[in-house]
Design a binder for this molecule. Structure first.
Ligand SMILES: [Ca+2]
Ligand SMILES: [Ca+2]
Ligand SMILES: [Ca+2]
Length: 462
């Protein structure tokens, strides 16, 4: 295959300089020259990488944990035209009284397994506006962010980061405290000053759901450490309570639900690690997840050799590959207290592996090979010199799907993925242990870098 390509190249070059014949010796010379160039490139790359990130000895570059991902069948970000809907919230502030906190702590008792109080859920966007209000964070050292996904909206919405709430501990006090980003909870909250987020212009009846991104600590988050975990309302990491105590500042006739979240898949499932309220007239209806699509994703990030010197931004190609996809049907039992418990899951349909191209921050054309499937940038983007979704215009949309295609023959354990870059004789393959990486594998919760910004050292620490 490669010889064929070189042969053709050699002949065309020969035609260019005066129709000389194309002999086997020319091909041999050019092969030998390429081999030397390849070795030199590898040596330079390795020495640059080691200079920047330290020793590579014995290091593996498959940093993915193969955690299961969950989506709804309806999930489709392309349902609506760009700009038709505005996902920005109107922000405000609300005082929430102790009675609501008491109701919440009575119904989500700290340290008790509350799983049976609610089944996995999603919601539907109502015609009217609705408001989300963070009201409580429990005691834990994890750092988290609460995100909202709405079908048809191109970018998921960050709602609440840990610490962004205030409370006082006694009546009449004006000493507002922040629980902060560490392990200080709000256990003596008497009154809460909470941010509010009102959504007015989302696509009516679109499905939406929530998920948390969780890091081991605020420090790990701020150092841009790899692999935050993603915990979703579609898989019993959140539950919704209705018929709750309604704070006096909620507008009359509004329905209120309280949503509790668990921040640890191996945790106590008390669902009081963070708690938020949703209200509206009516509030977004809560739907239980009868069918869910599960899969095992891995994100590959690549650094090419197109530049004079590598910049280690690892965004020259970013692609998620999802294997083991299948549709599962869920059954619940209804409990005496009105809650539900998931009792059974049955696989009803196998689905093909897919790849989602997220970013392409190089200026050279390339062909990506995943298993037996290839994808060429210029075939999808004739203007392939453009850097796509790597922040050249100041922004990156980490939820954007530049292209999605079916993949055959991918082996997630062996990372059979490679890239051929225009003008570079060397295929970039997944690195062996102890070699400087031009491809790394991470979880899809790891965001890629802005253009020309090197990946942080924390990614390559032991
Ligand atoms: Ca918990
Ligand atoms: Ca680069
Ligand atoms: Ca780049």
């Amino acid at each position: 295959m490669k010889t064929g390509k070189l042969l053709a190249f050699g002949c065309f070059a020969a035609i260019g300089v005066g129709l000389m014949s194309c002999s086997k010796a020319d091909v041999f010379d050019s092969n030998a020259a390429n081999e030397l160039k390849k070795e030199q490139q590898e040596r330079d790359y390795t020495s640059d990488f080691v200079k920047k990130y330290g020793s590579i000895e014995g290091k593996s570059w498959d940093l993915a944990t193969l955690a299961t991902s969950y989506t709804l069948e309806s999930s489709n970000r392309a349902l609506t035209r760009d700009g038709e809907y505005n996902a920005d919230a109107v922000e405000g502030e609300m005082f929430v009284e102790k009675a609501t906190v008491d109701w919440m702590s009575e119904n989500l008792k700290a340290g008790k397994n509350n799983t049976a109080k609610g089944k996995p859920f999603y919601l539907q966007v109502p015609k009217n506006s609705f408001t989300i209000v963070p009201i409580f964070q429990g005691t834990a050292s994890y750092y988290w962010q609460l995100w909202m996904h709405v079908d048809g909206i191109e970018q998921d919405k960050l709602i609440w980061s840990k610490g962004n709430i205030q409370y006082i501990t006694s009546q009449g006090s004006t000493d507002w405290k922040s629980p902060g980003t560490d392990n200080t909870g709000m256990n003596n909250a008497y009154q809460i000053k909470a941010p509010t987020y009102t959504f007015e212009n989302l696509p009516e009846n679109a499905n939406m759901y929530f998920y948390l991104k969780v890091w081991d600590s605020y420090e790990k988050y701020s150092k841009n450490t790899i692999n935050p975990r993603e915990l979703t309302s579609l898989n019993q990491m959140m539950l919704a309570l209705i018929n709750c105590n309604v704070p006096s500042n909620v507008p009359a006739n509004n329905e209120v639900s309280i949503i509790g979240c668990e921040d640890n898949v191996n945790g106590d499932f008390d669902y009081e690690d963070l708690v938020f309220m949703m209200y509206g007239n009516p509030a977004p209806p809560i739907k239980h997840v009868d069918e869910v699509i599960k899969g095992t994703p891995k994100r590959y990030m690549m650094e090419d050799l197109g530049e004079e010197k590598p910049d280690f931004d690892f965004n020259d190609v970013v692609v998620d590959v999802i294997s083991g996809r299948a549709k599962w049907k869920r059954e619940y039992e209804i409990l005496e207290n009105g809650g539900w418990n998931l009792i059974n899951e049955t696989k009803i349909e196998d689905l093909p592996d897919i790849a989602v191209v997220r970013a392409a921050g190089g200026i050279l054309d390339f062909t990506l090979t995943i298993g037996n499937t290839t994808w060429t940038k210029s075939a999808k983007f004739p203007n392939y010199q453009q850097m796509l979704n790597t922040g050249r215009d100041g922004e990156i949309n980490y939820d954007k799907e530049l292209d999605t295609f079916k993949v055959e023959g991918w082996d997630p354990d062996n990372n059979n993925i490679s890239v051929t870059v225009e003008g570079n004789p060397n295929d970039i393959t997944f690195p062996e242990t102890g070699k400087a990486p031009m491809i790394i594998a991470v979880d899809p919760t790891t965001n890629w870098m802005f253009e020309r910004t090197p990946a942080p050292k924390s990614w390559f620490k032991d």
